[in-house]
Design a protein around this ligand. Structure first.
Ligand code: NAP
Length: 304
């Protein structure tokens, strides 16, 4: 069990960048990832605001970052960290494959898709209910689908699906979208139908999804129930932090479960840092990368 200086947990854009900055600072660094590198950025159909790239697929950007950082740092994919123990002079990171002694840890464990909680959601998951248009959209080509949500992700997914040839209805619980104005305009230009003030009450079907029951509020606040025939339902209503591991080791979280850090990405625990979406705030790839760099440099400065 050779000792490390820095172990990075999670290889999304934040973790990968932290790994590269760790090694370049001179820290013996390892990145552990329970799945494949890239995190949720792999699912972004298009990214148009990462400086230096006019337009790039999320998976393409993640693989470019991986290719770049792998010149410096080893990323061990399909290795899930199960426990991190804190003692006075080191941390012990236990994964499903190994155990590591390290002087510092960066938590960059990202977020997961929020569930809607509608009747039928779990039953039809993978049979018409999806949380990723880039992963599953192809199966719904030329079919009617709905996207739930009003943020950047929902609008991006709706545009992606419409572009694939699906007939898309966006279902939003309010009468105003949260997404960037730029994306809202693209939605109008693409001719996506929007069902305002509507919530999905139930997802219906037999072997696969056939329709959703919507509860909608009219202009005078009156309720009305309707059935919308669809072949696929894409749920894009935000994210929840993967912060359980951090919580178990005693890292302080905010009221929504995101890891609290200072401007140097330090948590409340000595030599434990956090970066990227798991810290909440502005969730953009450029911010995740920046936080990863700051976290690794803070570790370097603290370990000097
Ligand atoms: P988000 O911004 O939190 O939006 C979630 C949307 O889902 C909101 O419109 C919200 O409605 C709705 N919602 C939440 N819970 C719901 C429920 N139980 N039932 C029905 N609707 C519900 O999440 P996001 O769109 O996934 O984006 C996450 C972050 O990534 C944001 O910071 C976003 O800016 C960023 N992002 C950026 C881009 C980009 O191209 N710049 C692309 C993707 C993501 P309300 O509006 O009523 O709250």
């Amino acid at each position: 069990m050779a000792g490390e200086d820095l172990i990075v947990v999670g290889a999304g854009p934040a973790g990968m960048t932290a790994g590269m900055y760790g090694v370049r600072s001179g820290l013996k660094t390892l990145v552990l990832e329970k799945g494949i590198s890239g995190g949720l950025s792999n699912e972004a159909p298009e990214i148009e605001n990462y400086p230096g790239f006019n337009r790039v697929g999320g998976m393409e950007l993640a693989s470019k970052i991986k290719e770049h950082v792998s010149r410096y740092v080893e990323i061990r994919e399909l290795e899930k960290v199960e426990k991190i123990e804190v003692s006075s002079n080191e941390l012990v990171v236990t994964s499903d494959k190994n155990s590591y002694h390290t002087r510092a840890v960066v938590m960059s464990t990202g977020t997961r898709h929020r569930r809607l909680g509608a009747k039928g959601e779990a039953e039809f998951a993978g049979r018409g209910v999806s949380y990723c248009a880039t992963c599953d959209g192809f199966f719904f080509k030329n079919k009617p689908v709905a996207v739930v949500g009003g943020g950047d992700s929902a609008v991006r997914e709706a545009l992606y699906l419409q572009n694939l040839g699906c007939r898309v209805t966006l279902i939003h619980r309010r009468d105003k979208l949260r997404a960037e104005r730029y994306l809202q305009q693209k939605l109008v230009d693409a001719g996506v139908t929007i069902r305002w003030n509507s919530v999905v009450k139930e997802i219906k079907g037999d072997k696969v999804v056939k329709s959703v029951i919507l509860d909608s509020k009219g202009s005078k606040g009156e309720g009305a129930e309707s059935e919308l025939p669809i072949a696929g339902l894409f749920i894009s209503i935000g994210e929840e932090p993967n912060s359980e591991l951090a919580a178990k080791m005693g890292v302080a979280l905010d009221a929504n479960g995101y890891i609290i850090t200072d401007k140097s990405q330090r948590t409340n625990l000595k030599h434990v840092y956090a970066a990227g979406d798991v810290t909440g705030g502005v969730r953009q790839v450029v911010v995740a990368c920046a936080e990863g760099a700051v976290a690794a440099l803070s570790a370097y400065n603290d370990l000097l």
